[in-house]
Design a protein around this ligand. Structure first.
Ligand code: MD3
Ligand code: FE
Length: 221
């Protein structure tokens, strides 16, 4: 078993020198890209979550998702027994979702541009919280109106193994480790590829504690 020091070193800086890794024809991991932004993002995130706290949602099939969700921006993604959709109101409060924080928008627009997508204009940010054991099954993101816009995701906290599949559910997925501060940009021909997250391994992140938070920015409306 690694001790606390090993955990610390296994984490951010050493395993992920900043740099861009291409994972698909139009998809890139920007390693450690968000690290300089984290101390601006966390207070913004705290404000968002005070207004729209994490909650576990039920899929149309009747399963409770293991990841807890919230949203910010003009549109938020929700699911219930009636289906998946984007909505301008948080169903919990019946109020608009919290605004998309400035630093988060800036970071996402810069990351998209670095991956070749200029003029990214996100209107929705889905916030996923995973505790150890939580996962996301292989799926496609098909609720957005315009698939020409990329998706930008920011990983915070515990590491995850991201599954990046193909256009058919049966295509064998690549496994890509994502660490605190990594940003991933997916777009173009990769936009409708199946993807998921393996169950998060037990651990405690030195900054984020016993959780992984993923922020996914999209143009949904
Ligand atoms: C790849 N979230 O919220 S990053 C999701 O880590 C979701 O929480 C995962 O899948 C997470 O829908 C993965 C986001 C992501 C979003 C859209 C994609 C990855 C994608 C579209 C195409 C390919
Ligand atoms: Fe997804």
């Amino acid at each position: 078993m690694p001790g606390p020091t090993a955990d610390l070193f296994a984490d951010d800086a050493l395993q992920q020198p900043a740099g861009r890794e291409q994972i698909g024809e139009q998809s890139y991991v920007l390693r450690a890209y968000a690290l300089p932004w984290v101390e601006r993002l966390l207070p913004e995130l705290r404000r968002v979550l005070a207004q729209s706290p994490f909650r576990q949602m039920v899929t149309p099939g009747g399963f409770t998702m293991s990841a807890a969700l919230s949203s910010c921006g003009e549109l938020g993604w929700t699911t219930d027994t009636r289906g998946y959709r984007y909505s301008p109101l948080d169903p919990r409060s019946q109020q608009p979702w919290p605004a998309l924080p400035d630093a988060l928008r800036e970071l996402a627009v810069l990351a998209a541009a670095d991956a070749g997508f200029n003029d990214f204009a996100p209107d929705a940010c889905l916030i996923n919280r995973y505790v150890p054991g939580a996962k996301m099954s292989l799926h496609q993101d098909k609720n957005e109106r315009d698939y020409s816009a990329p998706v930008v995701s920011v990983s915070l906290g515990l590491p995850a193994v991201f599954l990046f599949g193909g256009h058919a559910r049966s295509d064998k997925p690549q496994k890509i480790s994502l660490f605190h501060g990594d940003v991933v940009v997916w777009g173009g021909v990769d936009r409708l590829r199946f993807h998921g997250v393996m169950p998060i391994k037990e651990g405690v992140h030195p900054r984020m504690g016993r959780q992984r938070i993923n922020l996914t920015l999209r143009t949904a409306g």
